[in-house]
Design a protein around this ligand. Structure first.
Ligand SMILES: *Cc1c(COP(=O)(O)O)cnc(C)c1O
Length: 454
């Protein structure tokens, strides 16, 4: 199976290439030429399996012929060594906690698998990769944990010293091994500019730089798995299920849509966004206007005024949108509206949801998951038939302990730390500071990584 670019100007390539390349040369995003099919019978067998086994079965369909099944088994077992709880809230409504991984964020699911897949193909091709990434907080820790200890990959993470909390910094600087961290006296945008300049510097071509960014197809496919997982644990008699997904760049939600197209019986995807409501407007009108600059909301990882994965969604519904957000061909909006329902949730509603979920159900949500839960409740309220017998799963994408100030203000206590974040205060930090100058960054890369590729 080959993967094509949503911009249709680059040639289709095998998975391994798309994975190591990230974005297509024409600026588009890679998509599978065919969506594989899982039969109802195969899906029904998942109820007997562990999470990593479901992951191997589902991803195996997308990677058939690209990766021997026993290798995929080993990689998924290594990547998914944590719990994926489904917390019962009321009636047949559940919250799936995707916050039990090493950085307590749902991004662990994608990043850990992408890292292992990359390492496998690099091993096969006998080469190495140097990942550069700039972070203003959580991406850096998810990426560095995902690549920690992988033999063929080294990572350099740049962060603005004044814009990162001590806890976020320690999640990156206490790792060591193949992860190097650089603190800079500047803003996130300046760090990102250094990384971009390095990618386009011909002198550094020999270092085999890569970005492992969020639009990589290797991050999307692992995000189909937890939808199958929830279904396998909760469904009775092959019924349909409703998912609610708090969304920013729409990678999480695209994983769900791919799962549905692969055969998962989904009745509706509820897409909750914060006050960045470009998608609800698009779904209503078919016209798309990005929001520039994006609006600042408390669900900060969802402050996105132009979701990069929207191009994939439009593509899947028969349209074409380029990376700038220009629609070259309309999507089938009628089908999209039948399968997706969406709502914008204000910060005020988000805070109210966190308070009420705790008071009424002892359900502890943080701002992102609260947008998902609020979206689900809005959807169910509008239904004409009885919502009580519908199976619903809302996704919680981060651990509440990552937002202690907000939770404390609203609920009056500090959420206890998940095991992943415990003990980090005592660990020893290692990071270097370099001047915010490209020459200094380049010198750092050349002196530390010259020859790493050979
Ligand atoms: C990244 C992120 C999201 C948004 O996910 P997308 O795939 O970009 O839609 C939601 N919640 C948290 C905590 C995140 O880190």
């Amino acid at each position: 199976m080959l993967f094509y670019s949503t911009n249709q100007q680059s040639p289709p390539i095998p998975f391994s290439q798309a994975l190591l390349q990230g974005q297509a040369p024409d600026g588009g995003l890679y998509m599978p030429e065919e969506i594989p099919v899982l039969s109802a019978r195969e899906i029904s067998t998942f109820s007997e399996l562990e999470y990593h086994e479901v992951a191997a079965r589902v991803m195996g369909k997308f990677l058939e012929g690209e990766l021997p099944p026993q290798i995929l088994d080993a990689l998924t077992k290594d990547a998914y060594d944590f719990e994926v709880p489904l917390e019962h809230v009321q009636e047949r409504q559940y919250v799936m906690r995707l916050d039990q991984g090493p950085t307590a964020s749902f991004k662990d699911f994608a990043a850990r698998m992408m890292g292992r897949l990359m390492n496998h193909y690099l091993e096969e091709q006998d080469r190495n990769l140097l990942i550069l990434t700039a972070t203003s907080g959580d991406t850096g820790s998810a990426i560095s944990h995902a690549f920690l200890g992988l033999e063929r990959i080294k990572a350099v993470v740049l962060f603005p010293e004044d814009e990162v909390t001590a806890r976020q910094r320690k999640q990156m600087t206490t790792l060591g091994q193949n992860i190097k961290v650089l603190g800079l006296d500047g803003k996130f945008d300046a760090c990102q500019a250094l990384v971009k300049q390095a990618f386009s510097d011909p002198d550094l071509q020999g270092l085999n730089l890569s970005s492992a960014n969020s639009i990589n197809i290797g991050r999307l496919i692992p995000q189909t798995v937890y939808y199958f997982w929830a279904y396998s644990r909760l469904s009775k008699n092959a019924e349909n299920i409703i998912f609610s997904v708090p969304s920013g760049n729409f990678g999480d939600m695209m994983g769900g849509i791919l799962a549905m197209k692969t055969g998962l019986p989904v009745q509706k995807f509820v897409v909750g966004v914060n006050e960045n409501d470009e998608f609800p407007k698009y779904l209503r009108t078919g016209r798309y206007d990005k929001i520039e600059p994006s609006r600042n909301c408390i669900s900060s990882a969802m402050n996105v005024g132009h979701p990069s994965n929207l191009a994939r969604l439009v593509d899947l519904y028969g349209g074409m949108m380029d990376e700038k957000g220009i629609l070259h061909k309309p999507a089938d909006m009628e089908t999209m509206r039948r399968e997706i329902w969406t709502a914008s949730v204000s910060d005020e509603q988000t805070r109210k949801t966190i308070r009420e979920a705790w008071e009424n159900h002892r359900l502890l949500l943080e701002p992102h998951g609260a947008v998902g839960w609020a979206g689900l409740q809005k959807y169910l309220t509008g239904l004409s038939d009885n919502a009580a017998d519908k199976l619903c799963v809302s996704l919680e994408t981060a651990h509440p302990a990552k937002f202690p100030e907000e939770i404390n203000r609203l609920l009056g206590f500090d959420p206890s730390l998940p095991p992943a974040l415990e003990g980090i205060e005592e660990k020893e930090e290692h990071y270097e500071k370099i001047p915010l100058k490209y020459a200094a960054f380049k010198e750092y890369l050349v002196s530390n990584y010259q020859g790493f590729n050979h």
